[in-house]
Design a protein around this ligand. Sequence first.
Ligand code: ADP
Ligand code: MG
Length: 467
Amino acid sequence: MEWWKDVKAIESIRDFALLQGILKKSSSKPDDISLTNVSVALTPFKFPTQLFQHARTIQTHINLLVDAVSQDYQFLSDTLKSVVANDDFTRRLMEIHKKVTSDNKQTCTFSIQRSDYMIDKKPGVGPTLKQIEMNTIAASCFALTQDKMENLFSFVRSRFQPSSENSSIPPNKCLDILTEGIAIAWKEYASDKSCVLFAIDEGETNIYDSRPIEFLLWTKYKIPVIYRSLLELSKQGRLGPQRELLVSGQEVAVVYFRTGYSPEQYPTDKEWDARLLCEMSRASNCPSVGYQLAGTKKVQQALTVPGILEKFCDDSDAVASIRTTFAGIYSLENNAEGDWAIERALKNPADFVVKPQREGGGNNFYDDDVRIFLEGIRHTSEREAYILMDRVHPPVQPGLVLWLGKNIVTPVDLTCELGILGVFLRKQSEVMMNVEGGYILRSKSATTNEVGLNAGFGALDLPTLVS
Ligand code: ADP
Ligand code: MG
């Protein structure tokens, strides 16, 4: 019998994962405190060294690029014009941005972001690295990954697969570096009495991806963290005379958003009021609304237009290096270019993905849904709120996955998505931190379209570098 079919072995691995802290709440009900493991792969994904290094080396340039884009009000406003006209969520973000941009009092511009990549393996060509998206808000999985996943893999290998080949998992201090970024942003605010606010969803189940950050901020830096939902913030938050953000009387130095990226997180005007309150305050918002807008898929598409990258980045080597990771991304605006893109996608829907301006997984269209969807909207202005992207065809590898909350390990053909952490801090024109801070890797079954962990599709994984 294969070792991974042994129930005792599975229980032992599941409990190892739980005791490492690779877990989430089973339910969003406040009085239900049951916990469950997050889905995890049990063997590392063979990842080409060169592509991994490429993703890492361009991250500091991407940090600067996103920063430059976020500061260009006119570019954001022009680029998102057609989206704003058709998408209420982006429109409201843009309204806040417009209101605050000329009178921004935030102590620092602070970003914790994650640039995601898949490997593209076209027949007859070597593998290339393709950027899937840039996450400028609520980028997750770092705290669930650092040390914990490596410990898990090391346990599984030494305990159950002693004869398997040695892996070469790159060092990864993403949790430490992300937390250090928050600590520096807090120090720049220069008030010992201030705290860091984590804005989260009511009934957040993925809370153990935040707690390690909170605990490290306290144990290493003695920085207190408070948690509030946007609704709570709207009731308990106010601005002080110097635009201090005061929440239940406590002064907030940094707001770290782990919510606020999706329309459902703003069911009423109260949540929008809370977002505006934070944005107007002296606290450093991670991210500011400008950063969130710079991370939209429409902006990602605009950056692929010839000449645009150069406008924001004057390092020509960096421009070339970033550009090689761009897949074809096409506007669906109501013009000849948009019509051309739609025609192509209707002919070969399997070669494309349609994406709305949404985050968090489960929103895109694939395969025949591309055709059905585009046929439905091609004669409406709604199409302008979407972009079309070349579909990436990642290589497939056999793997083993222990699925969320299940006492079963299954052999699965997997594909993976690499996420590189970028941490960036700027005070006026002085860049105080600009680092590539480590990585996460998520894998999914080759037969599913998306890898979103919270959406239940993917598994945490690690790369083993191969030549
Ligand atoms: P979200 O903001 O919802 O995470 P993404 O752009 O990351 O949006 O898309 C979600 C998932 O869809 C990705 O994690 C990836 O698995 C899949 N995906 C996105 N773009 C492509 C693409 N061009 N080719 C193949 N799969 C893709
Ligand atoms: Mg994504």
